[in-house]
Design a protein around this ligand. Sequence first.
Ligand code: HEC
Length: 161
Amino acid sequence: MRRFSKLMVAAASAATLISSTVVASEVTEASSAKHAKAATQYRQAMFQLVRSNMGPLGGMAKGALPFDESVMQTNAVRLEQLADMMGDYLAVDTRKFDVETGAKDEIWESFSDVETKIMALKKASQGLQAAVKAGDESAYRGAIGKIGASCKSCHDDYKKD
Ligand code: HEC
């Protein structure tokens, strides 16, 4: 029994390790003006997808839309997937080129902190999935709020107003 429970603990922590691992993205400088422009477009397009998935969740948290578990589940999974891509899309340093971007220069100076913030979004997205799985309606608003807080935490430091 003791051995069994040790095994369970090991399995559980291995699972946590896997689910919380995001492959670190390396900051690389855009190689040309054309590359910088494209990288900026992709970065912003990715955030548009983030926004389109967050929009309905925000509406539900505010009470403007009824809680819809199927939409919450789908969008929380997509936000997690987008969080998995976010490091790569943010890692192209476009500072040397004249691009129209809302990204502050600091983003490429403290990328490990950026990755921590991405991880917070991933964790919060998993949290909403867990709340839906548990069918715990009293947890929905808070779980969506945590996702929103993860957006704000990164925007406060790395996005121009
Ligand atoms: C790890 C940092 C980070 C996180 C987390 C993050 N954002 Fe952003 N976001 C940015 C940065 C940086 C930009 C500016 C990108 C640019 O203009 O190049 C941005 C831009 C945007 C834009 C504007 C895109 C455009 O077309 O210009 C929207 C919308 C957006 N974010 C929504 C969200 C939402 C909603 C969340 C949470 C679900 C979120 N973001 C989480 C860093 C982040």
